[in-house]
Design a protein around this ligand. Sequence first.
Ligand code: NAI
Ligand code: MG
Length: 336
Amino acid sequence: MHNVVLIPGDGIGPEITESVKRVLHASGAKINWIECEAGEGTFKRTGNPIPDETIQAIEKYRVALKGPLTTPVGAGFRSINVALRQQFDLYSNIRPAKSLPNIDSPFREVNIVLFRENTQGLYIGKEHWVDDEKKHAESIAVVTRDASEKIIRAAFEYAKKYNRKKLTLVHKANILKLTTGLFLEIGKEIATDYPEVEFEDLIVDNMAMQMVLKPSQFDVIVTTNLFGDILSDLASGLVGGLGVTGAANIGDDAAMFEAVHGSAPDIAGQGLANPTALLFSALMMLDYLGESRISEKIRAAVYTVLQDYKTECTKDIGGEGTTESYTNAICRILED
Ligand code: NAI
Ligand code: MG
C-alpha cells in the first residue's frame, strides 16, 4: 500500500481527481489517499491558500498528486504551485508530450520529454516597484550553477536511461548572457559526460518555431523555468492539447505529480474536463512508486478507449462524452 497526499485543487480539479481515483482503483493499484486542501477555494474559506496540515502531510508522505490551483492574476497571493516546488526543492519538472492514437493533430510522431528547471529563473517571485507612482517595475531572474547542474544532469540521466538519442538545451544566451548564458555553459560541460547522447542548443524563439514546424526532430529538451512553462504548453498543443499531458515535479526526497494545465475555470463544473492529463501524471507517479506494470495497464486501457470508444471521450479531443463517460469507459476496460 502506498500513501499518497491528494490535493483536489480548484476549478476542474475535484472532477478530474475523482476520475483518477476511480481509474486507479479499477486498475488494482493499492493507494491510500490522504486528502488535503490548498488553493483559491481554501484561501477564500480560511484566509490561507496552503494550510500547515497540507505542508506537514507532504513532509510526512513525500508523494503527492495535485489538481490545479487557481492563482490570482496581477495582484493577490503568490502561486502555491511555485511555492510548493520551491519548498520541497522539486527541481525537475518533467513534461512528456507524446502523440496519441486517434487524436486529430497534424503531427503523428511527437515524442518529447521536456525538463523544466522548477525552482528559480524568473519564477522566484522577486519583483518590486522602482518608483512610488508604480510606473516602473522590475523582476529578478536567478540562475545558479547548483540548480542548473541538477536539472541538466537529470535530463541527461533520463536520456541515457531510456535510450533517447538527443538532448536539446533551450536558452536565450544571446540576450540574457549571464543567466541563461550560465545555463548553456553548464549544459555544454555536462554534455561531455554523456557522449552517447547527441547534444544541441537552440535559442528559445527559434525553438518555438522549430517545434511547430517539425516536432519529431526533438527528443529530450532541457530549459529554464519560464521557457519550460511556455514550451510545455506548446508541446501539449502538438499532441491534442492541455487535456492530455501529464507532468511530474521531482526532487531528491519528494515528488508531486500534476497536469500541465491549470484549473480551467471556463469549463469547471460542466463535466467537460478531460481527466487524461491528471491520469497520465498519476501514471508517472505509479512509475515513481515502482508500479510500472499497473501504469502500463492503465495506459493501454486509455489507448483502447481512444481507439475504439472515441464517442465516450471528452469533447476537447473529438469525443462526444463527458468526464464521467470517459472515466467509465477506462474503468470498464480495466475491470474486464
Ligand atoms: P488552463 O490550463 O487552466 O486552461 C487553458 C485552456 O485549456 C482553457 O481553455 C481550458 O478550458 C483548457 N483546458 C485545460 N485543462 C483542460 C482539461 N483537463 N480538459 C479540457 N480542457 C482543458 O490555463 P489558464 O486558463 O491560463 O489558467 C487558469 C488558472 O489555472 C489560473 O489561475 C492559473 O494560474 C492556474 N494554473 C495552475 C496551474 C497548476 O496548478 N499547476 C498551471 C497553470 C495554470
Ligand atoms: Mg504553465
